[in-house]
Ligand binder design. Structure first.
Ligand code: AMP
Ligand code: GLY
Length: 425
């Protein structure tokens, strides 16, 4: 089967690595890919925000199944264009992708279908947002979220009224998030550990494929600004079988039924961001794709071939049986370049990647890397994800960090505490 993976980060390198074991190397394509995927798959170039160009690529190479990594192509309707062209694709339609692309849609949808989430108000004007913030009906701290995609930067937790008013001013009057902030969701602040719960869906059914915990802040002990994710481990020790059942019954199944009932059945990966509060799991956010770096730690724990699951999701007939997960763990450490997350430094020569990959129980996934004159160099904020494998978190952590220490480039930064939470849990 000819397969195309769309995207070029660590998540897509992990997808390509999994598929490389199941697909003939000549039939495995990636766009735009990165130096890591280039060793495993054929590379094509097509702009990710142009569904017409992506479907043209699929036509030209007679691609039989396309898997979308990032949210951008989904947000501009790549799934709709592929469906009209009669081409199989794993990922939701533009309307179904609103679960991620519009926080106001996601919150209202959860409210309509009784899915547990923080109390909220959607505000389409600064006056309305200011009135809500002043009324203190949602309490303080107050969480303010830009409605649209904001690359993880659109959330402010305001400690008091003054901070909330400033955040509203920034988003709605100074337009700091551009059009994404034209509408704001204000919601009550929840507390508890955060876990990511992943399912694959075929329009009517969802099957769990693993859990993970991300590390969103740049510095050790969850300090400093938010990033795309500085590391992750899988599975989350906080999600046992009864809790997973509860999440399926109270959250995932109602979402699948609700989306189908509203005329936009959900197909593809669904990432449910949960907060485990004292009163039970609550949805913090949905993402309509796998996470990055979560994909790098969950995909190799799927204990059966991935391709039949992907085809089933795309065709609307996922196998009935639960997906078997390996009784093992993974710990993934992201190595970023100097300046991340505010900026990033490119063209720094990277050494030691091969030495790291040769260690037992280690995988290295590329993201912001490039080749310049035969030398691997940095080319972005998050550069590599180094994953340690093991039967327990202690082993996987030791393996991941032994491999990280082999790698070197000027300005490299990484957290030293990835996985620590799994042990203390
Ligand atoms: P989001 O983009 O919705 O995932 O939000 C980014 C981060 O903000 C989350 O990972 C949480 O750490 C935090 N957050 C979002 N919503 C809430 C909430 N209602 N209560 C507490 N923290 C939140
Ligand atoms: N690591 C968080 C995300 O992929 O959204």
């Amino acid at each position: 089967m000819k397969v195309l993976v769309i995207g070029g980060g660590g998540r897509e390198h992990a997808l390509v690595s999994r598929l490389a074991a199941e697909v003939d190397p000549l039939d495995l394509w990636v766009t735009p890919g990165n130096p890591g995927t280039a060793r495993l798959a054929r590379t094509a170039l097509a702009p990710l925000d142009r569904p017409d160009a992506l479907v043209e690529l699929a036509d030209r190479e007679r691609i039989e199944l396309t898997i979308v990594g990032p949210e951008l192509p989904l947000s501009v309707g790549v799934a709709d264009v592929f469906a009209r062209a009669g081409r199989l694709l794993v990922g939701p339609s533009q309307a179904a992708a609103r679960l991620e692309t519009s926080k106001a849609f996601a919150k209202a949808f959860m409210h309509r279908h009784g899915v547990p989430t923080a109390r909220f108000r959607s505000c389409t004007s600064a006056d309305q947002a200011l009135a809500t913030a002043r009324s203190a009906e949602l309490g303080y701290p107050l969480v303010l979220k830009a409605d649209g995609l904001a690359a993880g930067k659109g959330v402010v937790i305001a400690g008091d009224r003054q901070e909330a008013e400033m955040a509203i001013h920034d988003a709605m009057i100074a337009k700091r998030f551009g059009a994404s902030g034209a509408s704001l969701v204000l919601e009550e602040c929840l507390t508890g550990p955060e876990v990511s719960f992943f399912v694959i869906c075929d329009g009517t059914r969802a099957v769990p494929i693993g859990t993970a915990q991300d590390h969103k802040r740049i510095f050790n002990d969850d300090r400093g600004p938010n990033t795309g994710g500085m590391g992750a481990f899988a599975p989350s020790p906080l999600v046992d079988a009864p809790l997973a059942d509860l999440v399926m019954r109270r959250i995932v199944d109602p979402v699948l039924r609700g989306m189908a009932a509203e005329g936009c059945p959900y197909r593809g990966f669904l990432y449910v961001g949960l907060m485990l509060t004292a009163t039970g799991p609550q949805v913090i956010e949905f993402n309509v794709r796998l996470g990055d770096p979560e994909a790098q730690v969950i995909l190799s724990l799927i204990g059966e071939p991935l391709l039949p699951l992907l085809v089933g999701a795309a065709r609307g007939n996922l196998p009935d049986a639960p997906v078997r997960l390996e009784p093992q763990v993974r710990v993934g450490v992201v190595i970023a370049s100097r300046g991340y997350p505010e900026s990033s430094e490119s063209d720094q020569p990277i050494t030691g990647v091969e030495a790291a990959e040769h260690l037992d129980g280690v995988s290295v996934f590329h993201a912001g890397t490039a080749h310049r004159a035969g030398q691997l160099v940095t080319a972005g904020g998050r550069v590599l994800t180094v994953v340690g494998h093991g039967r327990d978190y202690t082993t996987a952590i030791a393996r991941a960090y032994a491999a990280v220490e082999r790698i070197s480039f000027d300005g490299m930064q990484y957290r030293r505490d990835i996985g620590k939470k799994a042990i203390s849990a």
